[in-house]
Ligand binder design. Structure first.
Ligand code: ATP
Length: 365
């Protein structure tokens, strides 16, 4: 069976005055998919979401919802549910009245409104706050009500613009899980804007990584994390060690890079790029992929002795700054070797696997 496409962006472009802020944005969102727009502040996430919602008009390209061209169609005719970063509930209305608002506009019968409001409040697990006013709710509860209000109209598309970013860390995580559950339960096609990579990784079927108005990569969380299309994507999605060097040898699918400090790194070649001996490269290894030991190793590819500089205990792991051949590197240790302790200037050794090394050509410009 062919996939149903709920939202399609075809070469969408947006400019403010002469400043292009979204360029050549192409995307197809399938029915039931959860897609995140991820990127730093100012990269064009909200602008794109607002074009899908109809609050802004594209200056180029076509926008389709359920196969219909939507350029020029006002927001209220798009049947979308939207939740913003700030709680956008009406303060003078009770929770039930807030949730019922969109249904009243659609002139549904009183009985049906009551029934739908009751159902959606149960869905967000807040049936007991129906008669309260927004100011009598916690921040997390207000956002749940905002989500309920967006869902009650049974939208064809749910648009979420950083709905978790005003909440404290624990609530954020709770509501993130809640969003995931809701999406699994009702399966509404959802577009979620965030600058938080963990949120995007944990919630999305696919992530669109944006940078300066350009799409850097579209892929599953796994793709984005393990097979980044650019240095920007790799560094934006999580902490990493970046080392520069040049290709010292190629043997079958093994690619050897010697860093400027003399560290020999083996990676798996044959990926996205073709390399030639002597070529300048940049190498990335994530902190959690490096093993740390207090026993010296015989040095070789992906094995080197060095020194511990600082360690910070962070509960579920310890973050260590180490020096290897003059390179300052970060190592995330989840499980300590038996009897091992951390003390500054302690001799240590590090090792990692070729599969965990990412090599890219040095980006020009
Ligand atoms: P944030 O996470 O900070 O909201 P964002 O990725 O959502 O960032 P946008 O709000 O889409 O970014 O903004 C993209 C660019 O467009 C920014 O450079 C911003 O300054 C600019 N911009 C947004 N709205 C307008 C406007 N109404 N007039 C002029 N420039 C605008």
């Amino acid at each position: 069976m062919s996939k149903v496409i709920d939202v399609e962006l075809r070469s969408i472009m947006k400019k403010f005055q002469n400043n292009i802020v979204v360029q050549d944005f192409n995307l197809q969102v399938e029915q039931g998919e959860f897609v995140s727009f991820l990127g730093p502040s100012g990269c064009g996430k909200t602008t794109t979401l607002n074009m899908i919602a109809g609050f802004l008009e594209p200056d180029g390209g076509d926008l389709l919802i359920k196969g219909q061209r939507m350029n020029g169609v006002p927001p209220y005719k798009r049947e979308l549910g939207m939740v913003f970063q700030t709680y956008s509930l009406f303060p003078h209305m009770t929770v039930a009245e807030n949730v019922a608002y969109g249904l009243k506009l659609r002139k549904l019968s009183k009985a049906e409104i009551q029934e739908r409001v009751k159902r959606v409040l149960e869905l967000v697990k807040l049936p007991h706050v129906a008669d309260r006013y927004p100011k009598q709710l916690s921040g997390g509860q207000r956002q749940r009500i905002a989500i309920a209000r967006a869902l009650v109209i049974e939208p064809s598309l749910l648009l979420l613009d950083e709905p978790l970013s005003n909440l404290d860390a624990k609530l954020r995580e709770e509501l993130r899980d809640e969003l995931k559950r809701l999406h699994q339960e009702i399966g509404v096609t959802t577009i979620f804007v965030t600058h938080d990579q963990e949120e995007a990784l944990s919630l999305s079927d696919r992530i669109v990584v944006l940078n300066h108005g350009f799409v850097e990569q579209i892929g599953t969380p796994e793709d984005i994390y393990n097979r980044p299309a650019s240095e920007f994507v790799h560094t934006f999605i999580g902490k990493t060690n970046r080392l520069e060097g040049e290709v010292a040898g190629i043997e079958g699918d093994a690619l050897f890079v010697k860093t400027d400090g003399g560290l020999l790194i083996e990676a798996r070649g044959g990926g996205r790029y073709a390399f030639a001996p002597g070529q300048k490269t940049v190498v990335f290894i994530r902190p959690e992929k490096i093993g740390l030991s207090d026993q010296p190793v015989e040095e070789g590819a992906n094995r080197a002795n060095g020194k511990l500089r600082i360690s910070s205990f962070l509960g579920s792991y310890t973050e260590c700054d180490v020096t290897l051949k003059g390179h300052s590197m970060s190592v995330k240790v989840q499980k300590l070797e038996k009897g091992m302790s951390f003390s500054p200037e302690k001799a240590i050794s590090c090792s990692w696997e070729p599969e965990d090394v990412l090599v890219m050509p040095v980006e020009r410009g």
